[in-house]
Design a protein around this ligand. Structure first.
Ligand code: ZN
Length: 245
């Protein structure tokens, strides 16, 4: 139902001084500005990769953004997700007793149909849903992506490596892990909290040596190696290795 974060709305007292930071200092590109009479705001959109930041300055006296600024000062005002079918999304949310703000759907910035979900239903966050019927949701990222636990079968000589995939491209893969033969020893070592003997290493393997690369996942009743690792050590292999490498 939800495709991605379309934009994050930030309430500001002055677009001009806000742009000095967001556009000039951060270097984000201004995509457009418009006055949305129905919401009593002047807004500027800045592009950030596939998402955007929307700066909102009150236009006129009574709007929601003006009230927000009076009460809390500037800051994050709402988070907007794009959906392909707003009516279906709202029907689903009404069924789950999620409260909406005002009349929904209505027409918001850019002429899109939008609806707001009440912060009382969203852990204090004003959530906006914005319909982009023409933009189909992209499938989720490939499972064989950096950070995934994998089994790597190598040839010349034959070896099996188990660990966390760090990168994958036409030249080869980088894996951080251990030879499969050392899997049990590595776990035992972590269990006993010993210094590294079988310690994992970061290895680059050229494509020519890769026989196959498998996502390490459970099949039927058989747990994956990553699950066995986690059950025994109490930590995921990603935690043990450190996520950000
Ligand atoms: Zn918005």
């Amino acid at each position: 139902m939800i495709c991605k974060i379309d934009h994050i709305g930030v309430a500001v007292t002055s677009l001009e001084s806000a742009l000095a930071f967001w556009a000039d200092s951060l270097g984000l590109q201004v995509e457009g500005m418009e006055t949305v009479e129905s919401e009593q705001v002047k807004s500027a959109f800045l592009t950030v990769g596939e998402s955007r930041i929307e700066l909102l300055e009150p236009h006129g006296e009574g709007g929601a953004v003006a009230r927000f600024l009076d009460k809390r000062g500037g800051g994050v005002h709402h988070v907007t997700f794009s959906v392909t079918d707003l009516d279906a999304a709202l029907a689903h949310l009404r069924q789950r007793e999620v409260r909406l703000v005002g009349e929904a759907p209505r027409v918001g910035a850019g002429g899109h149909r939008v609806a707001f979900l009440h912060p009382a239903s969203c852990g204090g966050v004003l959530v906006e849903l914005l319909e982009r019927p023409a933009l189909p949701c992209k499938p989720a990222a490939a499972p064989l992506a950096p950070g995934a636990a994998v089994l790597l079968y190598l040839r010349d000589p034959q070896e099996k490596q188990w660990g966390v995939l760090r990168s994958l491209d036409a030249n080869g893969v980088v894996i951080e892990g251990v030879d499969l033969a050392s899997f049990e020893d590595w776990i035992a070592q972590i269990e006993r909290d010993e210094a590294s003997v079988v310690g994992p290493s970061v290895v680059f393997v050229p494509t020519t040596r890769i026989e196959k690369i498998l996502l390490d996942r459970s099949s039927g009743d058989l747990p994956s190696l990553a699950e066995r690792f986690e059950r025994r050590t109490g930590k995921s292999v990603q935690q043990v290795l450190g996520e950000g490498k």
